[in-house]
Write a protein that binds this ligand. Sequence first.
Ligand SMILES: [Zn+2]
Ligand SMILES: [Zn+2]
Ligand SMILES: [Zn+2]
Ligand SMILES: [Zn+2]
Ligand SMILES: [Zn+2]
Ligand SMILES: [Zn+2]
Length: 1953
Amino acid sequence: MDVPMVNPEDLRLQIRSTLMSIHDIEYFKNVRSPTKRTDMDHALKHLVFKYLYFVVTDSGKQLKTLFPNKEHYVSDMDQVMNVNCVTDFYKISVNSTAKSKMFRHQGRNCGRKFKVGEPLYRCQECAYDDTCVLCIHCFNPKDHEGHHIYTDICNEFTSGICDCGDDEAWHKKLNCKAEEDGDDVVIDDEEELSFDTTIMEVVLSEIFDYFIDLFNQAIESLPTFTPDITLRLRQLIQSNDNESMYALLNDLSYRNEKVVPPVGKPGDYTVMIYNDEYHNYSQATMALRQGVPDNIHTDILTSKIDSEGRAMLKCSDDVHTLTEGFFAVQTNGLSATLTSWPEYIHQETCKYIIQWCNHCLSIPNHNFQSLFRDTLGKVLSAEYTRASETTNPYDNVKKYFNSKLSDTNPYRCLDASILSEDNKLPIGHHKRINEDDLTTISNSLNKLDKIMDKQYTNSRLQYILYFDNRYWKKLRKEIQNVIIPTLASSLTYKPIFCEQVVQIFNHISRSITYMDREPQLSALRECIVQLFTCPTNALIIFTHPNGYFIDILWSIIDIFVDFCKFENGTLIWQRVQKTNPTKSFGISFKQGLYTIETLLSKIEDSSIIMQPMEFISLATLCKLFNGAWKIKRKEGEHVLHEDQHFIPYLEHTTSIYSIIQTIENRLVHKPCSEQLLLNCIKLLNTFLSHKSLTYKLINDTHEVVKFVVSKDRVAFMNPIQTLFSFLIEKVSLTTAYDAIMYSDAISSPNVEESFSERKSEFDFLKISDFSLRSIVLCSQIDIGFWVRNGMSVLHQASYYKKNPELNSYSRDIHLNQLAFLWELDDVPRIVYNMLDRWELLDWFVGNVSYENTVYKDKIASMVQQFITFVYQVLTERQFYQKFETQDERQMTFIKNAIIYSLYQKPLSYSKLLRLVPDYYTENANDFDAALEEVSIFIEPKGLADNAVFKLKDLYYSKIDPLRLANLGNEFENSATMIRTHIAKIKKEDMNNIILQPQIVSPKNLDADIKQLGGFSRNPVFVKIIYKLLQTSLDKEDTTYLNELLHLIHAIFKDDEQVNGKQSVPDTYIKLPICSLLLSIVNSKSNAFSETVVNKADYLLEKMIMKRSEEIFSTLTYSFGEECVEAYKERKLNQGVNLEETERERKKRIAKKHQAKMMAKFNNLQSKFINKNEEAFEDSNIEEDGDVDMMHGEKILEGEEFSCSLCQDDKSIDIFVIPIYQDSTSVFRPSNVPISHDFMVPWGGFYNNTDASSKTETEPTVKNMKLFNKDNQRKVFVSCNHHIHYNCFKRYVQKKRFSVTSFICPLCQTYSNCVIPIFSGIGGTQKEQSVDMITEGIDNTPLTLDSVLNGDSSIKNLTKALKPASTADTKTLFSVFDMISKDCNSFDKEFSKAVDFQKGDAGLILANYWANTISMLEISSRMDKDTNGKFLAGKEQKFKTLRNMLLTIILMYNTIGKPDLGFKPHVYSSNQIENKLFQHIVRSTLFNTRGKNLKEIIADYLSDYVKQIKEDIINANFMDISLTDDDKFYDLDLNEGMKTMMIELFGDKSYDDSINYDLIYSCYLRHLRPTLRRCLIMLKVFNNLINDNDSTRFIFYDEDMENFNDSDESNLPNYIDKLISILTPHKDLLTFFKHYIIKFTEDYDYENEDDEECKGYPIENCGIIKLINLSEYLNTYVTQTREMQLREENQHVKNSKNRLDFKICLTCGVKIHQTIDHHEMTRHLMKHCFQSFGVFLLPNTSEICLLLTSPPSHIFISAPYLNSHGEAGRNAMKRGDLTKLNMARYEHLNKLWINNEIPGYISRVMGDEFRLSILSNGFLFTFNRDPRARRVPPVNGGDGEDDSDESDDLDDDENEIFGFGDDNDEEEEDNNGDRFMGPNGTTAGDVRNFFQIFENLRNGLDENGDGNNANGGIDLATPFIELLGGPQFQTGPIPPEAMEEESSSDSDFNETNG
Ligand SMILES: [Zn+2]
Ligand SMILES: [Zn+2]
Ligand SMILES: [Zn+2]
Ligand SMILES: [Zn+2]
Ligand SMILES: [Zn+2]
Ligand SMILES: [Zn+2]
């Protein structure tokens, strides 16, 4: 720059002085009233902004560049400092700035903070992990074609910044969309003008120095001081010691060069109140009132405290007037400070300075941004150099609160949360393990070194973060917004930022734990998320010479240790028992564990974490939770209330398990050296094996561990054991054994001499026995042995055992296997120990009888568990399996997990994902490949279901139901299921199928594993088997026999694998096991099932085959010769020769094999053909009529003519059917000349994806509004269920419905009136005939022909009814009377007319009938081959139409004839589009023209033809542009018609023949709807005459339901045919000719009736449907800004970028969420079709169906399916491409067109809909988060997937605990309280589970002390009952109260139904 700048030092001093003296500006001096304070606030903010922009732009020189096109700028200091000089030059107008400029971030990372409602884009393929996100401006769909993009919507609880530009976050280079958009914008020269770096630096450093100085002195608001200051002041005031009080206040108040507190009485003072998170709104308001605020609107004050974080209670120039209020609010629990007025002004100034910084970050000027951000980073990370010259509050603290700064405490300053004596960061509690203590892991803590010489940068950033707990809520957030996104997105400053945070990690985490009023607002949380998730940063943390990781780890351990105590010599964590209203301990614990897990997961090289220092430290953290939670079995009385102390243990230990899992992942990912690994094993062993256990002696020979699970305190979670198991798995068994034997980490295994000594000390039981205890405990709990401890133990045990993510139970099995492998020299001891732990030893040695063990009658179940355990110990081999590659290993495990998840029933993809542990599904490709290999894909069939995967047949024989993988299922059920399947495949009898134990062959395993089965052949163990078999036989109890035989089978198999095919263990022959088997086989008792007998037989056969001689001799000895011979005989009959030689046998088997092969070959062909069918046939898919598209009408079928309520079909009571009457939106106008509608041929339902990206033009939408509540558009919808009228009345009364709002008692369809149905009329036959004669009707029987060619009037149609008694007629009359009254004769307006007679209602009904017919016609347009077949099917619709006609007839004959002078609905100013057909119907039924039906139809059609002609002529028909797609009918094929057209239009000189084709086509297509309607009407007449709705409509031998040659190309013929049937004319041409005069001349209408026929509106004859949708749902999400949908509420903040919108499928408008959640209702009421709506929610892939009255709504899956065949919320969750499914969309369209949406909603909601009616929607409006009921899917295989609301209250325990098998939904909604940021990890279900408990507890604690078991409220009672039922006995409840109730406890309520 050529012009010399202001001297930087001058500028610096000038800023400093300005800021320091800001309180001195006249305008800000002195206290004032609340209103004036608000004015002052504005002025202060304005001043700060003005000033800072002025100085930062070199005294305003660059203001014009920065803020172009403004009217006023400031040009000199006078204007700047003049409070009255108002200019808003710094307001950034979004519209005036190019969008592209706004968000470009060249040369840096985007770092944009997400705003509420905006999408966060993630890409599975491109992102490093799922913490990497892109904002809407940066996300470029082109970068991710074919990728899995998934999104989240930012809400108030999530945070995060865009990672665009961060190379570490993405695998490939991304092309930022904002940059791309900006390419074409020429950067104007002015922008090139750069800003001055020095000035910027001076400004920023001065403002932050000022900030730091102010908050350094602001200790009053610190939780460590507030109570002490208050106490001191109280004492001084009580003792009237004013002088000391003044001194105290003055000493504590802020001072700088310009602020000097007075000596003596202080001046203006304020009382400031601070927010906390533990007082609720009303408590806070109460407390505030006690303080008598100077603002009378206490609620404003409360909400200010809530939003701002603090507020001024009052202020005064006399401090004495403030003290009372100051004490009063604090007595009531709030925090308050006495703050001097000048200090207050300075604090506010600081607040606006920070706001200014945020404002700067949003200025769309690239140069400014770069410079500002760089300078910000530079200034913040630079050292704060003014420490020595600014005021240090240390001395004052020392003076007044000496006890807080004890000289003996080196950490006194940190512990008081102040700076050190030299005004710098105080020393933290830094620790590390002493270098000499790295060979063992202590039971307490290893020897630690305190590090007292840590150096800190003392940067501004560190000061600001250190003062974090001094800021009020809003300021705190704003500071974070300035610092974190800016620095974390800067390549230069991110690592610096990270290191500076790490340096003071100890300080901040301690401050959060112990010294923070609002710990949840801590900046550390976001810092961790933004910094520690970055691999480079993580690497720095781990490898930095300053040992940052160790420091962080010990900072966290330190905090845990504060809550630990010794138990049996071991230090373990204890539940927090101190009061902790801020919940800071919990927050700190969770944050600490999260930090460690995050850091570990970012480290590639596992050797870094396996170093002794790191590993011991990690193990130290983990071991604090090893067995920390112990329980003791209760006896005697049942517990009264559930013990919930376990929750924090379970929660934190779960995190510990995650940490262990992360270590494991690192080891698998990149193994460390074996030496390191062995060292770690040794280290863990030092900890685990140094337990002193008590032993007891068994049989005087064997020493076993003395412990009784059911008596002693016992723990089930031992994470260290799990870690130990993981490590051992990584090395060979021998190596691991050696490592443990020489456990002293430094000694080497070569020291021979000490081996025997070591061996004698070595006892692996010291380690494995703890695992055994867990297993036994779980089993005991399982069988109900712990029932007196309550339900919670059950849930804990099942959580532990069945949670594959925890991976703990299988590890317990592993350790028990190791016990057998490594204690080989004394197997009996291990067996005895095992029996003793299971508490079965006493029985085994004969001390107690089977019935008298501790388990009493539960003994058999316990044995069952025991056998299962032994089985698993014997067969689980995955820990020793060897694989070629890591991938192979992974695939094997994945496949296995899938097989075991799928075999019970087919599952949808998402459900399967939830069942399979996360670590198997992380790699979607692997998972999908495995899935494809083992399963068959079955497509979805219904409207709401998902596709499912079914296990391939061949895998069934590979399933072993006793294995760990099947832990969740019962053995016998599973076994039966598998055997059934195998039998089906093999086409054999199920009983002949013997289930094979699945044992991995030893050749793929660690060589040493051969010895594992040794224990099972040990005599002691065989004796157990023998005793158990014997007991089962004796007691005839088969509880465990299935498992036992399967175990024996496995033992034999294992023996074969180890000792060869011919081997049978000798021990099993020595003890007569075979005799017991034969006893079972021969048992006469029916106690033994065929399965058991067959298995025993099989085993016996197996033994005989190998050792026949010995076995037979034993058997003969036991049972005698005869018996054995009989057995042999029997076997021989079965084709088994038990005595054949081995050679013979082999030969026989080979032959058999050959035969089998032949048979197989023969079958091959036929099998191949049937293959596919078979796959589908047994797919287990049940079809539930409720939502099945194919069977949509199924549920509507009721028993004809029996009452839905009393089931009585004999009563003489009159039947009624429920009707839903409402207007329809499907009658659409058509402006003939310009509309393309009529040119589109009908060819079934379609969706034009090209048209989906733009909302159609306005006119259509405007028309929607016309459809609202317009009576003339009413149609009837009915389920046609019959109900006695009296039954109906009683039903309505009993259920508290009204007759105009109720649900059908049978099918729950919403209805709002009834019509009577009665098949007879008019007294006896004789009376009727008489009537008819008097009325002048002939008595010939009614036929369709006679109606069509003769009299079609009601009078004549009455003949179709049976005669009825006078009494019936009377009843009917009174029913009609009542119904008419109830529903205002079906039209409120009309019935109000002065001379209205009840009979006139017939005319109204006739109109509705015409409308309903028209609706049916319109809806059938989208049928396939609609011309030919539109009358077919639709039985229910025709039933309704006949019932309506019946009602009109009955009404005519009872209530009376209508006055034809009445013309219902002509009063309406709106022209209804189907007016033509209304007139036809009126004329038909009431014979207004005195013509026959054919003539009537022809007449009206001719009027329409004339009308169309006029419209064509009036508009310039020729101007329309035609496209190639428009198809016309060629007149050259029809000369006569061509002549006719020329005659009609000739004088208009349409020369071009194509135009006549066009006109001709126009006629054909516009006449078609009315002709079709007439045909429908005819069919209804036919049904009436035949008294049947299902007969096929055949007329003059023509099948009317299947016209030939009726496709669109044959339309001319088709129309001719309809004309010939419906009119007296033989074809269209004849018809035209007949009326030619009418068409060509100024025709005079004969009478008044004809007059109205002029001016028919032309109706749209195209396909009416919901809007066109995009082909892929993803388009709405990834290209949301390209979709140019019309926005309705644009004023919604940030509307363009939000993703939480809905699309109205009726009109195509995009609707944004409003705060009250009423946006959809509001749209319908104001802008759309009022009655109901269909909305697409693109983000969740759902459709919301909404009814406005009663207000109710449901969600169903959007009509999109992903490649896994899933719909709804699961479809897009993982970013799959989700494609429109036409069948589903068509079905939705049909529901909508037919006005069936309301009925659908009510049927899905069921009883909840009843509440909607009763409360008129009060409870279920959108006040709560719209998560109403979701439709249950059809697919039986996946039934419970979406059933988030269980009605079954008995099950609520399961539901609450979240352990029910079906609890799996909604996890995506619940943002647990852990680190749920967009950049945080989504916590698994576990957190939901705890969240529910949290809520439950909060609910319980509401009433006070926390000991209250149920707070006086029965928690099982549904929410609604608490309010006294829907009638609200307590009077109206304000909606806010409701909202609070339902939102705060939403989880709980949801679960409770
Ligand atoms: Zn971005
Ligand atoms: Zn970008
Ligand atoms: Zn991608
Ligand atoms: Zn009844
Ligand atoms: Zn019904
Ligand atoms: Zn709409």
